[in-house]
Design a binder for this molecule. Structure first.
Ligand code: SF4
Length: 713
């Protein structure tokens, strides 16, 4: 029996696991570190995934209509020849910016640095990723405040603040165990969540705010903490800029006003603010709830500011640093090969510049001073096109045509707001390529589906995004099924055919890793025996990676981009819709058996949750004539979807909560069949990407508060 270490990417927790292999067969999967025995049940279903009868194991070409696919198997060489020829023809006809790339680095793992490299080399700035709605966007706001990303050190914490996270043994188990360990040491738990979640049930304090008012609560906390003088004066004086302007701003948010906005007791707001500020070490760990709101930038900024002024930075909140010694993800991406005149054409750069090249360029000098080299991309949330603007260009050809879409390791159609608009965008393409494991709803719109390896079948160096000063290795355990190939093989195959062979000179991904690791004096073979390779942090701690070198409570980057440099709260709810749409909708309830749009084809997981469920308080259900288990329509001003009602006394009255990412892989393909029901069930159908429904700084859609809805049978 031999043991291998791997990184599981059946979800974004990226747990480190140990796999026991005997005679080429996996006989057991365990947590890698016995001290943190974190593993959920999903990786134990690996066999059902790897050997699933619906898995795509040969390249497929659609010989039918777009959206009504008739699949024909073709050899890889043929598929790559044809795709490269079509890409070249589209670039020749419409220009290099007419090609778009949508990729999910966590799923791809070994595509780190290489997907953007390919996009940059073919001359397109129009790269998007679902990371835009996740840690990628959080990282950009962290960067505006203190230059890089903070990570919660639970082990040094005696106060944990959760914004809507529902951690459990089946959902982010490692973080769950760390929270439980901190609780056993006596750490206080403050949960901010309108719903009585599992975490709220065990909390010392539960702030049941109104959906979408997180920023107001945080501004109220800042009001109390600054008013009471509970901040770290030494840190504020020496390591921040803009404190007095911040203090002036938060005076606008006294507890009484915040209580009115949030619906919380003003005493509880004050008490929890004081508990947080007086803690020896407090943490506000990352969570998606504050990522997808109209006030998202302000909410995340407030969290950053609290960490800083209360003196937790460098103690319980660790600012990560990129590492030295190997080419970074940013360097692999070769952003300097994209000419400035192309970068300014990045879609959305004028309206939402924070995530674009325009925003990233504002850190160039700071990055040189702090890290000694320019880091353009942090957590894959930088230098990115604005997804709704890209989809609009795909649909309308304005401001210029986008005619080819490469979808790599993600289900783009279901991953953003305005799903019908995205469908129209895909239908208006001359070429769509999907690199996938299954024929997802997005893949059903493709001309070619190329079969990818899965995490047990590939070698990988992590993390797949620019983050901290370390590398992780994930060993290949299984031979890829059928003709499934690594993302490197796909990118190299296209690069070779498009005159870019010199930039992908390595024969395979292992040879690429040999090259990347060579500055450390290691081959991939040697490095792969080491689960975690620490790197020397590039930051020496003398300055923060912001333009001022300090924590920017008043953000110079936001100011330069024309935004309010200080956090604020703007009411997300449109009361004028209340008569027709009496309920408030919250989208996103992580369903433990699944990960976003993935894993619903695995029988052992699906049987735990066969249908999408809407949580509704029984009294609201009764008022709307709905019985438990009814299939109902949920409708907003943007559209409607079908879902099954489940009564939940823990759901606040006048609200409903629906999950993300639903389709039914067992249902037939094609538009006539609603793309395996994705066009009936998925949350993107009822979410808007109009300017009024997005966070004005980041340009990301609101999923988490102030969305008016009605429910009927
Ligand atoms: S939580 Fe489960 S699915 Fe997610 S990475 Fe960890 S083991 Fe894999």
């Amino acid at each position: 029996m031999i043991k291998k270490h791997v990184t599981c990417v059946f979800c974004d927790h990226c747990c480190r696991l140990s796999v026991e292999v005997e005679k080429g067969r996996i006989i057991a999967i365990h947590p890698f570190d016995p001290a943190i025995p974190a593993i959920c049940s999903k990786p134990l279903m690996w066999e059902s995934y790897v050997n699933h009868p619906d898995r795509v194991v040969r390249p497929l070409k659609n010989v039918g209509q777009r959206g009504e696919p008739e699949w024909m198997e073709v050899p890889w060489e043929t598929a790559l020849d044809e795709i490269a020829e079509k890409l070249n023809a589209i670039i020749a006809k419409y220009g290099s910016t007419s090609v778009a790339v949508s990729a999910m680095p966590v799923n791809l793992q070994s595509g780190a640095g290489l997907v953007r490299r390919f996009a940059n080399l073919i001359g397109t700035p129009n790269y998007i990723t679902p990371m835009e709605l996740c840690v990628g966007n959080t990282a950009q706001v962290h960067r505006a405040t203190y230059g890089w990303y903070t990570s919660a050190a639970y082990e040094k914490s005696d106060c944990i603040v959760l914004f809507g996270q529902t951690r459990s043994p089946e959902n982010w188990p490692q973080e769950y165990l760390r929270i439980m360990a901190a609780r056993r040491r006596g750490a206080k738990l403050i949960v901010v969540d309108p719903r009585v979640s599992n975490m709220a049930e065990m909390a010392d304090y539960h702030l049941r705010i109104r959906y979408g008012t997180d920023a107001a609560l945080l501004l109220g906390w800042l009001n109390v903490i600054i008013g009471d003088g509970l901040f770290d004066r030494d840190f504020v004086e020496n390591k921040t800029v803009g404190f007095y302007r911040l203090a002036e701003r938060v005076r606008e948010y006294p507890p009484e006003r915040v209580a009115e906005i949030t619906g919380c007791d003003p005493e509880l707001i004050c008490e929890t603010a004081r508990v947080y500020a007086k803690a020896e070490g407090a943490v506000i760990p990352w969570g998606v709830t504050t990522d997808m709101q109209k006030n998202s930038t302000s909410a995340i900024r407030c969290q950053c500011i609290l960490r800083a002024i209360c003196g937790f930075i460098g103690e319980s909140e660790i600012i990560l640093s990129p590492g030295a010694g190997v080419p970074s993800v940013s360097e692999l991406e070769m952003h300097d090969t994209l000419p400035p005149e192309i970068k300014v054409k990045q879609l959305g750069t004028d309206t939402y510049p924070l995530f674009s090249y325009k925003g990233a360029n504002l850190y160039e000098d700071a990055s040189m001073e702090t890290y000694g080299r320019p880091f353009f991309n942090i957590a894959d949330g930088s230098c990115m096109a604005h997804p709704p603007t890209l989809f609009a260009a795909m649909r309308t050809g304005k401001p210029y045509p986008v005619k080819a879409m490469l979808v790599l390791g993600n289900n783009t159609l279901l991953s953003f707001a305005n799903q019908k608009g995205i469908l129209d965008a895909f239908m208006n393409q001359e070429l769509v390529v999907a690199y996938e494991h299954f024929i997802t709803p997005t893949a059903q719109l493709a001309d070619y589906v190329l079969p990818g390896d899965m995490w047990l079948e590939r070698p990988a160096i992590g993390p797949s995004i620019e983050m901290g000063a370390m590398l992780t290795t994930s060993q290949q355990v299984l031979t890829p099924k059928g003709d499934c190939k690594n993302i490197y093989d796909l990118l190299k195959g296209l690069a070779d055919r498009m005159g870019l062979a010199e930039y992908f000179p390595w024969e395979n991904v292992e040879a690429f890793y040999d090259w990347r690791l060579s500055p450390l004096g290691m081959s991939w073979q040697q490095a792969s025996q080491i689960p975690v390779i620490p790197l020397k942090p590039l930051a020496d701690g003398t300055r923060f990676g912001t333009p001022s070198g300090k924590v920017e409570l008043y953000s110079s980057v936001l100011e330069k981009l024309g935004y309010d440099p200080l956090p604020y709260f703007k009411e997300p709810d449109d009361e004028s819709l209340a008569a027709e749409y009496p309920l408030t909708l919250f989208v996103g309830l992580r369903e433990a058996p699944f990960y976003n749009t993935c894993l619903r084809q695995i029988p052992e997981l699906r049987e735990r949750m066969p249908e999408p469920l809407m949580l509704i308080h029984p009294e609201d259900a009764e008022n709307n004539g709905i019985e438990e288990g009814d299939w109902v329509w949920v409708e907003t001003t943007s559209g409607k979807l079908r879902i099954k009602a489940q009564f939940d006394h823990m759901q606040p009255q006048d609200t409903i909560r629906i999950p993300h990412g639903w389709w039914k892989p067992e249902k037939p393909q094609g538009l006539m069949n609603h793309l395996s029901d994705a066009m009936l069930l998925n949350d993107g159908l009822i979410l808007s990407d109009d300017a009024e429904n997005i966070d004005p700084e980041q340009g990301i859609p609101n999923l988490r508060g102030g969305i008016r809805a009605k429910v009927y049978r």
